[in-house]
Design a protein around this ligand. Sequence first.
Ligand SMILES: Cc1cc2nc3c(=O)[nH]c(=O)nc-3n(C[C@H](O)[C@H](O)[C@H](O)COP(=O)(O)OP(=O)(O)OC[C@H]3O[C@@H](n4cnc5c(N)ncnc54)[C@H](O)[C@@H]3O)c2cc1C
Length: 543
Amino acid sequence: MTDISDFLEESFTEHESCLLQPFLTNFDSSVFGLRNLPEVVKGALFSRYSRSEKSLRRILLEEFIKAPEASFARITGEVVNNNADQLVAIQQAEAFYERVLIGYGDDSVAELGGAHIACEGISNIAAKALEDSRLGISPLEKSTRYVLFNRKINGRYRYYREPSIMASSYAERYEKTLDCLFETYTALIDPLLSWIQAQIPKDKATSERAYYSATRAKTLDLLRGLLPMATLTNVGLFGNGRAFEYLLVKLAASPHQEVHMLGLAMQQELDKMIPSFVKRSKSDRGIQYANYLATNRQNTELLAQKLLTQCTPAPKSPVQLIEYDPDAEEKVVAAILYPHTDLTFEQVKEYVSNLSTQERINIISTYLGERGSRFHRPGRAFEETYYTFDLLADIGAYRDLHRHRALTQERQHYSVRHGYVVPAELKEANLAETYRNALDYAAETTELISKVLPDAAQYVVPFAYRVRWRIKLNLREIYHLVELRSSRQGHPSYRALAQEMYRQISAVHPVLVSKMHFVDLNEYALERLAAEQRIDTKMNQNN
Ligand SMILES: Cc1cc2nc3c(=O)[nH]c(=O)nc-3n(C[C@H](O)[C@H](O)[C@H](O)COP(=O)(O)OP(=O)(O)OC[C@H]3O[C@@H](n4cnc5c(N)ncnc54)[C@H](O)[C@@H]3O)c2cc1C
């Protein structure tokens, strides 16, 4: 590492060093971190990089700490000592930060500050709207596998009472249906857990803790199909300002009142943390953008309904590879060689087109080397080819796979028209009838409500019902998604989809997936058991 003194002409007096020290992770390296600074200050500081010859330390000192208009002492808490005062100080200095951020940066400046925001007690419709983000947002959500969803508050199950339904003549029916789903979920937990434990008794090598955790997770995995989209959950998001700005615009364009209100509530809280970075979502520009998105969606929906009324859905196929590139192998091999030559891509492709299959396999093998685990992922050459899949699976599986971000996904409405999935275990345990009854009742209610309130009716749909969605992803993401989602501890419904995606790609491009060693095609009785046993081993090592 270069010593800072090798290339920095500047030095700081003792007093200056004292002023800077609380905000830097070190004073003597060319690599250092910023700390104890509000997001706006960090963002504004970095934005100066593009227009200044000075080091960041010097900018911090001269243009922020010593500049009265930056209100630095107040913002960083030297003069004030609570968050509310800090917010007021930031707001008072807003003109200064606006000038720096707008004057010295472009749109990407809003990526220089981030925030953590918790959204609690939101429906799964809203959770999915938040998680539809890709670049710049990292979500974490309460799990239906580890957490029970039948807790009541003031004697009522925790699901979203959708306002337009509650104001309609369907209010009573809505509550009766959702109560029935939650009651069925509750009633099936104990008998199903007992049945699973009877089928897969604990062996001596497995601890009580690991066994109980694995069998309970299996029980909740099997019963999650009863949970309706109205089920309330908690989602935490970390994201940068630019990503939040776009998310807020998309939430404002949503047809769901809940999502709309959630966006307004998030704006209010983000305004307290990163106001300068999320300002535009509530400006005229943001409002116009949201209107643009909403209007175009509505018009396109009407057009699609008009154009496609005569068509009937094709037979149900859970995984359908609908598009792939016949020249994929050639392109990927050319992309592997390309960075190591000075030829054009076209020339490299021409060369590759004359190679034998074995020669291409050798090149791919060299590129992928010895993959020791699924974390040894292919490089960018594998982004050279894409696959499009049409998927039709239970909403539970959709909810999980939707969380992948390095791909294009688009979903149709949550509905009951494609029927539901009953896990084989429920049939074997003689619990399927109760399960079906609750789902059938939910379907009748959904259809009733959707005649007058089609968007709101989606809140009734339980996770067991199928939804159709389309994904387009490159081969690099295929390696990641298929190996992760087929792994033993995954939920059986998305494991089956990942395994089938692998089989269908293998059929057309066997060479390209020949090193996908970590796809797991086995079936397991207790998916979580091995993971729980590993936790036991770690706990024992720490004791
Ligand atoms: C068994 C299992 C249990 C799970 N349980 C939960 C749970 O309880 N709660 C929950 O919320 N989620 C859970 N998840 C979902 C998980 O947290 C991820 O959301 C999901 O796997 C998709 O994200 P990804 O990072 O794997 O891949 P993708 O989003 O497909 O991204 C591909 C790769 O790109 C990179 N990447 C993508 N985005 C970013 C980014 N913003 N920053 C840095 N790198 C990025 C990463 O290397 C990533 O692996 C679970 C997943 C599994 C497999």
